[in-house]
Design a protein around this ligand. Structure first.
Ligand code: UDP
Length: 348
């Protein structure tokens, strides 16, 4: 019997659970939060397909009204699958409903990438992280700061383990260190956080501001962002090469050959670190403060985003040297062994 079930619904979850799912030969249950070719199917080759099922829940479109219905549907599937342990990761709506489903099905809940905090409860991601950490039987953390955050919130020491992040292994499996770096002559841009794309004024400000850089920008566009941009009348995007989202292999190649990355994605902060690419984050807060001014810079104000981007393009930023020379913060391939040792010898 396969005892371990990973619940995932989005592209970043699939990427980050994949090294561990494959090592544990675990089952994966997809929820339907992401559903199309570019956001889901292109990522399924990363995990062993024989252990995969997909609930394809359409209710995610109306999440605020349907979250308890969704978690009940996941709970029924968990009971049907006859597993013992449920793993969730990160901060998505799938993370939240997967965790609620696991506990209401009376299963042990293991939470990967736990303990990150921005302190901003207006962000749905923060709300999800907070609730799931307190529901979990076991919290796995990427960094000592995450361990401390959980302890400060009163979570018992025996529910917290420092493992590191699986992202190094996810990237290493693609042989990224052998990949050629082509011309470093473009900015890679990704944007999808509600704080940047749901507010028309903010989204316009970023897109139009980037025109002032007069530098090539490649923008694999998240469906949420595409939808928002299409709704803005007469928005000039001619200075940006907008492309469909890429599969992981191709996206990693785009990161590796870029001069600079501008992104509001969480997972990408860790990938940019592993690939040693400077990253500017158009956000007010980060859940990974240990990276700040070593591997990336928070640049919420457009003036600061442009100023820092210009310095990097001109090779005059002090960040570039730090990004090249600083030690990784979340471990390397030994992270998977940390997980396996804990799971096989201590927790199960
Ligand atoms: N990614 C990808 N193709 C793309 C854009 C992103 O494979 O076109 C990957 C990226 O490498 C990272 C993850 O998707 O691992 C980020 O996902 P997203 O921005 O949706 O979410 P977040 O990291 O903020 O949770």
């Amino acid at each position: 019997m396969i005892k371990n079930l990973f619940i995932a619904g989005t592209r970043p979850e699939i990427i980050k659970i994949s090294p561990l799912v494959n090592e544990l030969n675990a089952q994966v249950l997809l929820t339907g939060q992401h559903f199309n070719k570019e956001m889901l199917e292109d990522f399924l080759p990363l995990i062993n397909p024989s252990n995969l099922s997909n609930l394809e829940l359409k209710e995610f479109k109306d999440f605020n009204q349907s979250r308890y219905l969704i978690s009940d549907l996941i709970k029924s599937k968990i009971l049907e699958l006859d597993i013992e342990n449920v793993f969730v990761l990160g901060d998505t709506n799938t993370t939240l409903v997967g965790a609620i489903a696991a506990k209401s099905a009376n299963k042990r809940l293991f939470f990967m990438e736990s303990g990150m905090r921005t302190g901003d409860l207006k962000q749905v991601e923060e709300y999800n992280r907070l609730i799931v950490a307190h529901l979990a039987d076991v919290n796995f953390c990427n960094h000592e700061n995450n361990v401390n955050n959980l302890k400060k919130e009163g979570i018992a020491d025996n529910k917290i383990y420092l493992t590191g992040s699986t992202i190094f292994s996810a990237l290493n499996r693609l042989n990224v260190f052998e990949l050629n770096e082509d011309e470093n002559n473009y900015i890679l841009l990704t944007l999808h956080r509600p704080e940047n794309v749901d507010d028309e004024h903010r989204l316009k400000e970023i897109i139009l501001g980037l025109q002032l850089l007069d530098y090539k920008i490649i923008f694999p566009i998240h469906p949420r962002t595409k939808d928002r941009i299409n709704k803005i009348n007469n928005l000039d995007t001619d200075h940006i090469e907008i492309i469909e989202p890429k599969n992981y292999d191709d996206f990693v190649k785009l990161m590796k050959s870029s001069k600079l990355i501008i992104s509001d994605s969480g997972g990408l902060q860790e990938e940019a670190m592993v690939l040693r690419k400077p990253l500017l984050i158009p956000r007010k807060h980060t859940e990974r403060p240990e990276m700040l001014d070593v591997f990336n810079i928070l640049t919420y104000e457009i003036s600061s985003l442009l100023e820092n981007a210009k310095e990097i393009i001109a090779n005059k930023s002090s960040l570039q040297k730090k990004v090249r020379e600083s030690n990784y913060l979340y471990g390397k391939d030994e992270v998977i062994d940390n997980y396996l040792n804990l799971i096989n010898n201590k927790l199960l």
